[in-house]
Structure formats: C-alpha cells, structure tokens
Design a binder for this molecule. Structure first.
Ligand code: Z2T
Length: 805
C-alpha cells in the first residue's frame, strides 16, 4: 500500500489501476459517479496504514480510550474532508485534471450521509473530527441506518418526506467487520435464583437474539497520522436467533422475528407516534449500546487482566439519554458475565460513564412505559428496578419525609422509566452545552440532583469543527485569513484572534468584502442552476437555517418579513436597501404546526414575488432539503445570522457558531450560546433583542402575558395577523398566538425584533463598521471550535491525553 501520492502522475497511475479493479474500465470510460467511487477508494487506501497503526499504538501504550455513544452522527460528505485531512486535495485535483475530470464537479455526487436529525447529531460528527485532530484516543459508536433522515421535498409550499437512500451506490468509506459481530438479546423472561454459593444469580431464558455487525468508518485527524474509528452497527437476522422458541416449528413466529430484526437498523428515528414505532426505537437504543459495550469489554479483556480497572482505561460518554441503557447494560455484563457483585459493578459503571444533556424542553425528556421496557428487556429491567430501589432508599435517608422530592428523582415513576434520571444517577459527570443551559439545569430542571451531587455538574459549551465549517466550506476566506496571519490558526483556532488588529485595516476590509461577495455570487449561481430562481447578489443575505420548531420562532421571522411587505405596499422607500431572507430546515414528519410555518413562508414568498412594488426590495426563498452540504454553501454567504429562539429554550445552538466563523453578524436573543457570542464580540458586533431567559421563566411561573393586549396596542401586529384570517390553513397559528396566549412570546418580542432589524440595516449601511464587525466575529470564533470543547471534555471528564502516532 502506498503512503502518500507523490505526484499527479503517480495519482493517475493508481487511479487507473483502481478503476480497473473496481469496474474493469479505463478512466475515460467512467461515469462521474464511478470517478467519485474510484477516488474515494484511493483515499481510503491512503488512510488505511495510519488506521491500523493508530489502533496498534493505542494498544501498545495501554492508553485510556473514550467511546462516544450517540444515536446520531450527522457526518456530511467525507471525500472533501478526508482529502483535506490527508493534505492530498491539490494532488487529487491535479491528477483528475490530467484525466479530464474536475474535482469540484465530482464532489457533489457523493451522497450526504444524514444519520442525524440536527444539532445533536452534527455535534457528534464535529466531536470525532476534533478528537482525531487533537490525537485523542476516542471513537464513535452508533447505528448504520439503512435510511437516514428523510429527504424533504416541497410540493405546493408544503413539506413532503421521501426516504433517504444514501447507501444506494454503496458507502466507500466503511469496512464491514463480520468477524467482530456480537449478539444482542431481546424478550424472554429473567429471574433471580440461588447460585449455590450463598448468593443469587440471574437466569434469562426464552429470549431472541439479533446479530450485530460492525461497519467501521475511519476518522482521520488533520495531517497528523491519527485515524480513529466510528463504529456503526447493523442488525441482521440469524437463523438460530430464536432461543428456545421457533424450533417447535412455529413458522409465523420465525417470520415475525426475522421482520422485526431487519427493522432495527432500517430507519433513523422511526416515527414514535405509534406503539410499534416506540418499541422499535427502544430496540435501537439497546441494540447499539449492548453491541458497542460487548465489543469494548471484549477488547478490554484482550488487553488487561482485571475488569476492576475498567474505568482506568475506558471512558464511556452518552450523548443525551438515547444511549443511557449503557448504564444497566454495563452492570449486567459486569455482574452476569464477569461475576462481580453489585457494589463493585456500580462503582465501575459510574466511574466510567458521563452524560451530556441537550435540552430542557420537558416533552423531549425520554420516558419509556414500564410494560414495554420490561417485556423487551427483562434482565435490564431487573437491574433498573434494583437501582431505583437502592437510589430511592438512599435519597429518603438524606431527605426523610420529603416524598415530593423523592418523586422528582425517582427513575421509575408513574408506570414509566425516566431516562434522564437514570443517566444522572449512573454518571460521574453531567454537563450542559452552554453556560445558560447548564445554569438552568442546575437551578431548575435537574435541581434535586444538583443538591445531592453538585460535583457532578459542569458546563461544556458546544463547538463546531472549524476545519469543515471554515477551511473546507469557505476556501477564499480561509486563504484570506492565512495570507493575513499565517496558517497556525488551522491547528490552533484561538489564533484567529490575531485578525483583531486588522479589523479596521482598509485593505483587509476590502478583501473581506470581496470574499463575502464571492460566496454570495456562488450561492446565487447555484440557486439559479438548481432551483431556477433569481436572487439579487447585492442584497443583504439574512439566513435562518435549522430544524423547524415553534421555540426556534421561524414564525417571528416570517411575520416580520410580512410586515416589511405591508410597509412597502404603502411606501416603496420604506426599506433602505434590498434584502433576501433565506430559510431552510426540516420539520418532524408528525409536527403539524411546524409544517404550517413552512407553508406560511412559501405563501409570503409568493405574495412578494407577485408584487412589483415590493419584489425589487424583498425576496423570500425557502431552500428545500437543508442538510450538511447545503449548510456548507449557506454559512459562507450569510450577512446576518438569525438566532431568535425564545430565551431559555435553545440549549446552545451550533449554527450560530458556523455563521460567526464565516463573518456573519448575529441577530439574536440572549439564549443558548448566543450569550457567550455576545460576551465575546460585544454589543457593537452583534444585535441582541427580546425577553431575557429570567423574564421568560417568570412569565411561565406567573401565567404569561396577554397577547390580546398587544394585538390591540400595536397596529402593525394587528395588520400582520390579519394574514391568517385570509387563509384557513393558518388558523392554527392564529389560535396559538392569540387564543392560546403565545407560548413562545412571538408577539411579545415582535416590536423588539422589528427594532433589531432596523438596527441591522443602519449598521449594514456603514460599510467599514459592518466589515469591522464581521472581522471581529471571525477573530473571536476560535473559541467556538470543537477543538476547544473536546479538549475540555478530555481534561475535565474523560481524563484522556493525546497520543502521537
Ligand atoms: C437536538 O438536535 C438537540 C437537542 C435534543 O434534545 C435533541 C436533538 Cl435531536 C434531546 C440540540 C439542541 O436543540 C441545540 O440547542 C444544541 O445546540 C444541539 O442539540 C447540540 O447540543
């Protein structure tokens, strides 16, 4: 195997060989998609030696390793990222050119692996990138969904969901490792019996077992020879999986077992609005946790003698509660398979496990019905039951007579298993994802736990990999930065601060303005080519891209745009410069209200397009199927970053950081990580508006405000809301805002938001001032690199150190 490609000529030679091996074709005969596949396979060959060497190195050094369990990894395309990390992008570009191909035309042919919903899944992808870049021994563990997040089509202004067939042409980055398969058990019955040595042992019988097969994806660091692993598990049917059943010839049972088995790794987040869907989701959660842990313990056994030292060599991280079954599963393995007693197994489990919380929204806290849980995972349930018993007993000793509090911290309550409580009790570290979020966890959401275990709580403000979100997504900006301060910022993103002295430098500002215009032009061309829509590249680009959720308030944005439309109808000079409002994002298939907001955006867009007096000044465009690769086009082209969630609701946000890195100005509430962005750049370099988190929480405690009063007082609000009365489709939104008292304070924040937009326009017209603000944002964005975040996890929580390869 080759180390690196030495010259374009050698590349051409290797490419020709590979085309022969894979397709038995000459390069010139290859379709563009085959060119992609050949190239991807060549890049994988490049990575392979380092991949094996990395694993050997970790084993030889007996180093502690982290396993990051996440039910989502929203990877995005890998060709560009891997080429960049290997430092082989130019070589590939030159070589392909000699063969008559254009690398930039090949890259978009790669399917965008969407094994995640949004922020949580993308965070996991940024983290494994940073782990490898920092040479930290850390790996991802998840599910190889056959279908990722649905593809969003817009038909008649409405969202339609289509399956995401990302595996159709094969996924060249993975390696199937059938030899490392394990079995995962479901169902049957479990009970305790005397073990003949004066203790008890567990019997689990009548279960069915599913084959879990790992597919490994290499995760290369940035030009440092470290290659970690993302292990994706796939469920497969095994003919002998029906233990003690089915052999009797119950053919229907065998068929049903086969069907269910094959469903487990089929879809990301199967619809949970039906009982069947819920059961499948719980099967998924146990599936990858059990498979992952079994393989970790097996590997550990090959390296070390004594499982009592497990936590010295292994850190297990759970990304939200979806992998929280890791806690009872590790207990099961240590007790049932390794013969440990409860106390010792518990010490090891807590010492190994750490947990990140990603939301305070009560409806998003996972709960499972006990009957479902118990029938699917009888042995694990016994452990959870015992854990709940011991935990509550200890808690009641500490707070005698406080049943109100005991109820809040119980793991089992009201017929349900409360996963967040399980995760907190079973972890030595519990962290939030931004300062404000962690404070709310400590003071309200998880307060009773904070009282007992204050030392477990800590904050780790999110970050994003600046390699993908700046270096790879915005090459002209990256080049300008490197020309100005050198290339050290790529390995040490804090050094972006060295741009600060240039913020008022006219020549730097001029170049920064050109880069932004260049990225806007590129986006405009792409929109014209792919959507057939014309956008004014000299208008202000105001962008809101994120999942659709009522708390994120895309509704506030579009209502404000509609108010601009109304103003322009009266007075064509009501706005001083042309503006383009871009939206993108998916709504959960079952989230009716969010889907109505998507429809409303399309309706307003059409109204504007049809009005000659307005359309010169205003454009609204919804870009369908927002995903990682579309994000990579949009962040670099943004002037304004819309971060307008109801204060206290957005745990962190990470799009806010990607915009900032690309020089956009934040227009936001003091929510999530916006608070920290604001603190770093100051009032002059972002525009903050609206209710503060404490005010919102006070309203919630005291029963809200009267949205009717506002409706009566503010004429513009009144005129805007009349849009709803013209169309019965939107009556639900009207109801929410007025009759159901505006849960997310859209109307309450409307006037402040209107003011904030006027402030944006004032600042945008001061060119040097705006460019200075843009430069300051880029310069301060190094703090929001996931390299910073991951170093903090490594130092404070996982206790792992870099290993040079
Ligand atoms: C998700 O993307 C987030 C939170 C969730 O809570 C679930 C999902 Cl799928 C269970 C997001 C937060 O909403 C966002 O504020 C945060 O930046 C992101 O996780 C990463 O922490």
């Amino acid at each position: 195997m080759t180390k690196n490609w030495k010259s374009p000529k050698q590349f051409v030679c290797l490419f020709t060989q590979k085309a022969k091996i894979l397709f038995n074709e000459e390069p010139a005969a290859l379709t563009p998609k085959k060119v992609y596949l050949v190239l991807a396979n060549l890049v994988k060959d490049l990575i392979y030696d380092d991949w094996l060497a990395t694993e050997q190195r970790y084993d030889a050094r007996q180093t502690k390793q982290v396993y990051y369990f996440s039910i989502e990894f929203l990877l995005g395309r890998l060709l560009d990222a891997n080429l960049m990390n290997c430092g082989m992008e130019n070589m590939a570009r030159e070589g392909l050119k000699e063969l008559g191909f254009d690398l930039d035309a090949i890259m978009p042919l790669e399917a965008d692996p969407g094994l995640g919903n949004g922020g949580l899944g993308r965070l996991a992808a940024c983290f494994i990138d940073s782990l490898a870049a920092l040479q930290l021994p850390g790996h991802g563990c998840s599910i190889r969904y056959q279908y990722g997040l649905f593809e969003q089509h817009i038909v008649d202004g409405q969202q339609v969901e289509l399956p995401d067939t990302w595996l159709q042409d094969g996924f060249p980055w993975e390696t199937k490792r059938s030899d490392k398969a394990v079995h995962v058990r479901y169902g049957g019955s479990a009970y305790m019996r005397p073990d003949g040595k004066g203790g008890l042992e567990c019997v689990h019988e009548g279960y069915s077992s599913v084959l879990a097969i790992p597919y490994d994806v290499p995760v290369p660091g940035y030009r440092n020879h470290t290659v970690n692993t993302l292990r994706l598990w796939q469920a497969e049917y095994t003919p002998d999986g029906l233990f003690g059943q089915g052999q009797g010839g119950d053919f229907r049972k065998v068929l049903q077992y086969r069907d269910t088995t094959q469903q487990i790794s089929r879809f990301l987040y199967p619809d949970d609005s039906t009982e069947e869907g819920r059961k499948l989701r719980l099967m998924q959660e146990y599936f990858f946790v059990s498979a992952g842990l079994q393989s970790i313990v097996r590997h550990y056994r090959g390296q070390h003698r004594d499982l009592r030292e497990f936590d010295r060599y292994v850190a297990l991280h759970i990304n939200d509660t979806h992998p929280a079954l890791l806690i009872p599963e590790l207990m099961r393995i240590l007790m049932d398979e390794e013969g440990m007693g409860w106390e010792e197994a518990w010490r090891i489990t807590v010492a190994s496990t750490s947990y990140t919380n990603h939301t305070i929204m009560p409806e998003a806290l996972e709960r499972w019905s006990i009957p479902l849980f118990q029938s699917l995972l009888p042995r694990v349930y016994l452990i959870v039951e015992e854990l709940n018993r011991r935990w509550l007993a200890a808690y009641r000793r500490k707070f005698p007579g406080r049943e109100d509090k005991a109820e809040q911290v119980a793991i089992l309550w009201g017929g349900q298993v409360r996963m967040a409580n399980l995760a907190v009790v079973g972890s030595h570290s519990v962290n939030g994802v931004a300062e404000l979020h962690t404070k709310i966890l400590e003071e309200s959401t998880l307060h009773p736990f904070y009282e007992v275990y204050p030392e477990r709580f800590n904050n780790k403000t999110n970050g994003v990999t600046h390699r993908r979100w700046l270096l790879e997504s915005n090459p002209p900006l990256a080049a300008l930065i490197s020309d100005t301060i050198g290339t050290d910022w790529i390995r040490h993103p804090k050094k972006l601060k060295e741009l600060l002295p240039y913020r008022d430098d006219p020549s730097f500002q001029e170049k920064l303005a050109q880069v932004k215009q260049d990225r806007k032009d590129a986006l405009v061309r792409w929109i014209q080519e792919t959507r057939g829509v014309a956008v004014d590249p000299h208008s202000l680009f105001d962008i809101q891209i994120k999942r659709f959720h009522m708390y994120k308030r895309q509704l506030l944005n579009i209502l404000h745009v509609y108010s601009l439309y109304l103003r322009l109808l009266d007075d064509p000079d009501a706005v001083p410069l042309p503006q383009t409002f871009l939206f993108g994002g998916k709504a959960a298939a079952s989230y009716g209200e969010a889907k109505v907001v998507i429809k409303l955006i399309h309706t307003v867009a059409r109204l504007i397009d049809q009005e000659p007096r307005v359309r010169e000044k205003l454009k609204v465009l919804f870009l369908e199927n927002y995903n990682v690769s579309l994000g990579q086009r949009l962040f670099p082209a943004a002037d304004v970053s819309e971060q307008i969630s109801t204060a206290s609701k957005e745990a962190s946000g990470t799009g806010n950081m990607k915009f900032m890195m690309n020089g956009a100005i934040t227009l936001g509430t003091l929510d999530g990580a916006n608070v920290e962005i604001h603190r770093l750049v100051g009032d002059e370099n972002c525009v903050i508006f609206g209710l503060r988190a404490e005010e919102v929480q006070k309203y919630y405690r005291e029963g809200g405000y009267s949205s009717w009063d506002l409706y009566r007082q503010d004429e513009e609000i009144r005129r805007v809301l009349d849009v709803f009365q013209k169309n019965p489709l939107f009556s639900q939104l009207y109801e929410d805002l007025l009759r159901r008292n505006d849960e997310y304070f859209v109307l309450k924040d409307f006037a402040a938001y209107r003011e904030a937009h006027q402030e944006i326009l004032r600042r945008y017209q001061d060119r040097p001032g705006w460019l200075r603000a843009s430069a300051v944002n880029i310069a301060q964005s190094g703090h929001f690199s996931s390299d910073r975040t991951v170093s903090q996890y490594a130092r404070d929580i996982w206790k792992v150190k870099p290993i040079r390869v």
